[in-house]
Design a protein around this ligand. Structure first.
Ligand code: ADP
Ligand code: ZN
Ligand code: ZN
Length: 633
């Protein structure tokens, strides 16, 4: 079944089957290592270890510490338990093992938990209806769009459905966005299903952990499999349902190498397996809404927040002609003051990390262009570096202008780092937490910050879209978006959709508990109908407006696109290549397929290479697919 899916994907995405299969296999299997299920290691003292006094080996303090730890646990400790209690215990344990003071046995995973499952809230009418409809289709293919605002109880619906899937001795596969795979979600599943083994698959696993999770899914030991994008390519012994949470999220698309959409493949796989698939979101992708209109999906609507939470209030701040302090309007600053004084938390969203996007010389006009890209290098003040966010080049922050040696260098624009600095001046007594790729690079850093936010202390959070996903911040009462305008004027036809999703997702972080939240959006275009429709929380209306635009412009989901890209160090080579490709299509005949280009890529030069592209557009998929497979050969 999995091989069928991989074959299908290889053909549909025009990618070599060998490489597709490679992607789907855990590294250790690719290397030819055995597909062996490993038990959990249990470490125990031997008789001679028990009779030993830690003082006997006081010259080896780390060994003595481990010995005394094991003496406190006569039944032994498992490797995960040791990980929690002692850093880098493995080499020390190896010494104890050598001396025959400890022994290791492998325990098979046994579900002998005695814990009772956590309590289930009583479902509201909308949830009941949703659960009922899904349960009616448990043993055949059916696609559902669970369209419910943040906090409306979508996860609760999944949990109820999974209950029935497990009762039927089947497995549930749940896909979540990369950053959304927080311990909170996992622990919610663990508490609800304490006797079920849950396999977790995400990018933070080491090779052995990944293999073990993969095997437990494929052998059927795991009842629930939760993972990010690539978890869709996991073999399942007894598949019962596939769920894609936050289905609109970009992280479900793999954007390099074997490019695929895990959401779309989830539907293909469910169809082949004859099991139901649920796509859940507060802000569904336009493609999914269109599929509901075409009656390919059944839409299940949860219009209200579950429990006590009330939706936040939206306002636009017209920043035209206003003096902004590094992107902050006086009105926004005043509201922040009010919310902080009332003990609430404030979140400011900025779509740029770093200090400022450009460094410029006031005397000669030099500016910090990247030598390898058509882009500027961003100032990172703390690291004292200029960095290109497109190719990764970096160099030290110059103290003098490289052009005229003047010291009159200015920092143009703002990013998260600069806003953080400015806020320290405005709110000297308030803790400020910056959450972006730079501050969360270290393992565990993100979790530490999330924990701090959960404590609920009044504070300011400054962050990028990392913050827009799935987290619950009960004490967050104000969300500010510094600049909504980039989404209105972009070369990417999906930019407006993304902006709307982002605004509503970020807003969904506010007012989750009993406090009323507020969302302020700074814009130069307060009259924009798109922004206006967001004010009423009406994602449905917003999406309808965008869908009519797409239809009028004959863009997806009303047509199908394929992009052919070429890049080379030589500036002309990509054009020559694409023109030949163009000529080939004309020879082959291309009924019903429009061709555009070659034209320059949106960023023509990147990492020292020149890039061009060509677009193919078709009103139906089949002729496009046929053309692509021949053309590629
Ligand atoms: P979503 O996945 O749509 O964001 P959740 O399922 O996480 O929503 O629900 C949001 C909050 O409301 C959670 O704390 C959850 O426990 C609670 N909740 C969900 N359904 C109900 C219900 N029927 N009654 C009371 N509380 C509920
Ligand atoms: Zn200069
Ligand atoms: Zn660059």
């Amino acid at each position: 079944e999995l091989l069928w899916l991989l074959n299908w994907a290889s053909q549909y995405y025009q990618y070599p089957i060998g490489e597709v299969v490679q992607q789907a296999l855990p590294t250790l299997l690719r290397q030819g290592r055995p597909a062996r299920v490993k038990g959990i290691e249990l470490w125990r003292l031997t008789a001679s270890g028990q009779s030993l006094q830690p003082s006997d080996i006081s010259r080896a303090p780390r060994q003595a510490a481990l010995l005394s730890l094991l003496q406190q646990h006569p039944a032994g400790l498992t490797s995960p338990e040791l990980n929690q209690r002692q850093e880098r215990w493995r080499p020390v344990m190896a010494r104890l093992l050598e001396k025959n003071w400890v022994e290791m046995t492998e325990q098979q995973l046994a579900s002998n938990h005695t814990q009772l499952p956590s309590e289930k809230p009583e479902l509201n009418q909308d949830q009941l209806l949703a659960v009922q409809q899904i349960l009616n289709h448990l043993d055949s293919y059916h696609a559902f769009l669970l369209d419910g605002v943040t906090g409306s109880g979508k996860t609760e619906v999944y949990l109820r459905v999974i209950d029935s899937v497990l009762a039927a001795k089947q497995q549930a596969l749940i896909l979540v966005p990369e950053i959304g795979l927080t311990p909170q979600l996992l622990s919610r599943f663990q508490r609800r299903f304490p006797t079920v083994s849950i396999a977790v698959l995400h990018s933070g696993l080491n090779d052995q952990e990944r293999l073990q999770a993969w095997l437990s899914a494929s052998k059927g030991n795991a009842g629930i499999i939760i993972g990010t994008r690539s978890a869709l390519l996991t073999p399942l012994a007894r598949p019962g349902i596939i769920i894609v949470d936050e289905e609109h999220d970009l992280s479900f698309k793999q954007q390099e190498g074997f490019r695929y959409s895990a959401r779309d493949l989830a539907i293909v796989r469910a169809q082949h397996l004859q099991v139901p698939v649920i796509l859940g979101s507060a802000t569904p992708a336009l493609e999914s809404l269109a599929n509901c209109e075409r009656e390919r999906f059944t839409r299940l609507h949860l219009p209200e927040r579950a429990g006590a939470a009330t939706p936040p209030e939206f306002k636009l701040i017209d920043v035209r002609g206003q003096k902004l302090d590094n992107g902050l309007s006086a009105q926004l600053l005043a509201q922040m003051q009010t919310h902080l004084a009332a003990g609430g938390q404030v979140l400011l969203f900025i779509n740029r990390r770093g200090f400022a996007p450009v460094m410029m010389c006031h005397d000669c006009g030099w500016h910090s262009r990247c030598e390898r890209c058509d882009a500027h290098m961003t100032i990172h003040q703390q690291a004292r570096r200029l960095r290109c966010h497109h190719c990764g080049s970096e160099r030290p922050l110059p103290a003098h202008c490289p052009g005229c040696n003047s010291e009159n260098l200015i920092q143009v624009g703002y990013g998260t780092e600069r806003v953080e600095q400015v806020l320290k001046l405005h709110f000297p007594a308030t803790p400020i937490l910056r959450i972006d790729r730079d501050t969360t690079r270290r393992k565990g850093a993100m979790q530490a910050m999330l924990d701090q936010i959960k404590q609920g202390e009044s504070q300011i959070l400054v962050g990028t879209q990392m913050l827009a996903k799935g987290h619950h911040f009960p004490n967050l009462t104000l969300v500010g978006l510094l600049d909504a305008d980039y989404g209105l004027f972009s070369a990417d036809f999906r930019a407006a959709e993304r902006l709307g999703q982002l605004v509503l997702q970020v807003a969904g972080r506010a007012g989750r508990a009993e406090r009323q939240g507020e969302v302020l959006i700074q814009t130069h275009h307060p009259e924009s109908p798109l922004l206006q429709s967001l004010l009423s929380h009406d994602y449905g209306r917003f999406a309808q407006a965008l869908l009519s635009e797409r239809q009028a412009a004959n863009l997806p989901p009303y047509s199908h696109l394929a992009l052919l890209r070429a890049e080379a160090v030589d500036a002309q080579a990509p054009y020559r290549f694409l023109e030949e490709a163009h000529a080939l299509v004309s020879q082959m005949g291309s009924n019903g397929i429009e061709m555009y280009g070659p034209f320059p890529a949106p960023m023509q030069r990147r990492a020292g290479r020149n890039r061009a592209q060509m677009l193919l557009q078709a009103s139906s998929r089949a002729p496009l697919q046929t053309l692509l497979s021949t053309w590629l050969q």
